[in-house]
Write a protein that binds this ligand. Structure first.
Ligand code: ADP
Ligand code: MG
Length: 389
């Protein structure tokens, strides 16, 4: 039995135990790692994520009493239940706000309400986008059940609004796009300004490579303010440069005008420099992959991306730097922190036969730092959101 089939059976079973009836289907949406292109998504720039093999599953059945009931196998075991009419930003609060936000966005199509059972193996709060996996699995379920005319961009938008407007988590469009649009064996090259995308083949295994994901165990908090600060700084830098989005600046030389002799000007210069150079790094990696170049060549670009996030964007933390340093010292071709920053995970591009050695080197470094051994796994570019059963 395939991994997907087993996951579907478990979700069906859990749904039956929770609600006493059968789900109408089971849908899955993956977490993601971004190969390169960090914090560019809200600057109209480029991103290059892959979907993880890890997914969140939503088992869903329509109801006829106008209520929404949601339960998660990763939650506290309780059911959150309320009238559709009572759904509003912040209500329900907590984790249930994510699926509820998607349902609220489709309320007029679903007058009878729905029961939703969630099960997931996407690490939560690790910068691997468990939140988008959750919203996108529910969005796809509702599309199939009540709104077949919706296209992939509509699903991305539905999931984004649930997260931004309903839960109040200020993410860009990267996470939801990756979860919906990624395909196995490819990275998704997405232009976040016009939302055009291209599937770029990325056969790491065929090249004898592996992408190692290391969860630092430091949980990030979007609400902690750092993410919002960076967004505001980027907006301010764009305003001073007279552009709508930093994406429009292609030459770092243009950023000099931000250095007005004040400390704030210096900060804005560095924030903008990260975005402008990061967009260039995405294009560099895409060009290399398109030209069938040895994927090892993208390693140093990843490490340069990390240095930019650490020094110019200032969103790394010591344990993420430690992962990158120890992985590269142990032979990784490149490594970088991924996700919003201030914690979460890092990736390392390594020879397939060096995964164990690099993992051991990172673990040894964590031990020296007095931190518990990090969770690690190897991933390949996997499929986007899909119906399992
Ligand atoms: P990330 O998306 O990087 O994992 P976020 O803070 O954006 O981190 O989203 C994590 C939140 O998403 C959790 O705190 C929880 O509210 C919700 N969540 C994600 N997956 C699940 C799940 N399987 N069950 C319940 N809640 C979940
Ligand atoms: Mg998230």
């Amino acid at each position: 039995m395939s991994r997907d089939q087993r996951a579907a059976d478990r979700a069906q079973q859990a749904f039956r135990e929770q609600f006493g009836t059968a789900a109408e289907g089971v849908w899955a949406a993956p977490g993601r790692v971004n190969v390169i292109g960090e914090h560019t998504d809200y600057n109209g720039g480029f991103v290059l994520p892959i979907a993880l093999a890890h997914t969140t599953r939503a088992a869903v059945a329509r109801r006829d009493d106008g209520r929404l009931a949601v339960a998660s196998r990763q939650g506290d075991g309780g059911v959150v239940e309320l009238d559709l009419a009572d759904l509003a930003p912040g209500r329900p609060d907590g984790w249930a706000g994510y699926p509820a936000g998607v349902v609220a966005g489709m309320r007029d199509r679903l007058p009878g309400g729905a029961s939703v059972l969630v099960d997931s193996d996407v690490p939560v709060g690790a910068g691997l986008s468990s939140s988008a996996a959750l919203t996108c699995s529910v969005a796809l379920a509702l599309r199939d059940l009540v709104a077949p005319e919706l296209g992939a961009p509509d699903l991305v938008e539905l999931a984004r609004r649930a997260e931004n407007d309903f839960v109040g988590a200020p993410t860009g469009i990267l996470d939801q796009s990756a979860s919906v649009l990624c395909t196995a064996g490819h990275a998704l090259f997405l232009d976040t300004r016009d939302r055009s995308s291209e599937q770029v083949p990325l056969d790491l295994a065929g090249a004898g490579l592996a992408l190692l994901v290391v969860d630092s165990g430091v949980t990030h908090e979007h609400a902690g303010g750092g993410y919002g600060d960076r967004r505001r700084e980027c907006e301010e830098a764009a305003r001073r440069l007279g552009v709508d989005f930093l994406r429009e600046v292609e030459d770092v030389g243009r950023l000099g005008v931000l250095a007005d002799g004040t400390a704030e000007g210096d900060v804005l210069l560095r924030r903008a420099r990260h975005i402008v150079t990061e967009d260039a790094r995405v294009l560099q990696v895409v060009a290399a992959l398109r030209s069938d170049a040895d994927p090892r060549r993208i390693g140093p670009v990843l490490t340069a991306g990390h240095e930019s996030l650490r020094d110019d964007f200032e969103i790394s933390v010591p344990l993420l730097d430690a992962i990158v340093e120890s992985a590269v010292a142990a032979g990784a071709h490149g490594a970088r922190m991924v996700g919003g920053g201030f914690g979460g995970s890092a990736i390392a591009l390594v020879e397939a036969d060096a995964v164990d050695a690099v993992t051991a080197a990172v673990a040894a470094r964590f031990e020296r730092e007095g931190s518990p051994a990090p969770r690690t796994f190897v991933t390949v570019p996997s499929a986007g959101a899909r119906r399992l059963a």
